[in-house]
Write a protein that binds this ligand. Structure first.
Ligand SMILES: [Zn+2]
Length: 154
């Protein structure tokens, strides 16, 4: 398959009054394992840097949200689709923009690492401890709902 153009990078001025990253929306991968989730400590120089969030980024026009989340997760934490089992998808809808969190379970062979300069560290964090970290504001806002969804998963 030819490398398709990265055309999703850019800001969207949203009706909610906010400005969001990703011309075609954005997606992230929330990996779970037992009672833990995988969080990424974002580098200080990125937008909302020095906070904890999940790997993710802008979706390109030719991608599904799942494809975007997997591509970003591969770039940022070096995991591939065969190391995870996708369970469900949670969308934060803003009309002209949306953010999709793909929730997936890590298989045993899954061994994420901080794979590019955007992350300082990746860490498995107990779900109960997530709120004690300085969270990326967007992830922090969604975390309560995401946790509720995780609790309903088999
Ligand atoms: Zn918005």
């Amino acid at each position: 398959m030819a490398m398709a153009a990265r055309d999703g990078d850019g800001w969207v001025e949203c009706r909610c009054g906010g400005k969001h990253w990703g011309k075609f929306g954005a997606a992230g991968l929330l990996l779970i394992r037992d009672s833990q989730v995988l969080l990424q400590h974002r580098a200080p120089w990125v937008h909302n840097g020095d906070t904890w969030g999940i790997p993710g980024g802008a979706r390109d026009s030719h991608e599904s949200f799942i494809e975007a989340a997997l591509r970003e997760a591969h770039e940022e934490v070096a995991i591939t689709g065969d190391e995870i089992e996708i369970l469900t998808e949670c969308a934060e809808e803003h009309g002209i923009w949306s953010y999709h969190t793909i929730i997936a379970r890590a298989k045993n062979l899954c061994d994420p690492i901080a794979a590019n300069q955007e992350s300082i560290e990746v860490r498995w964090v107990e779900r109960d401890d997530v709120n004690s970290l300085a969270l990326h504001p967007a992830f922090g806002k969604n975390w309560t709902q995401l946790q509720r969804v995780i609790q309903t998963l088999p």
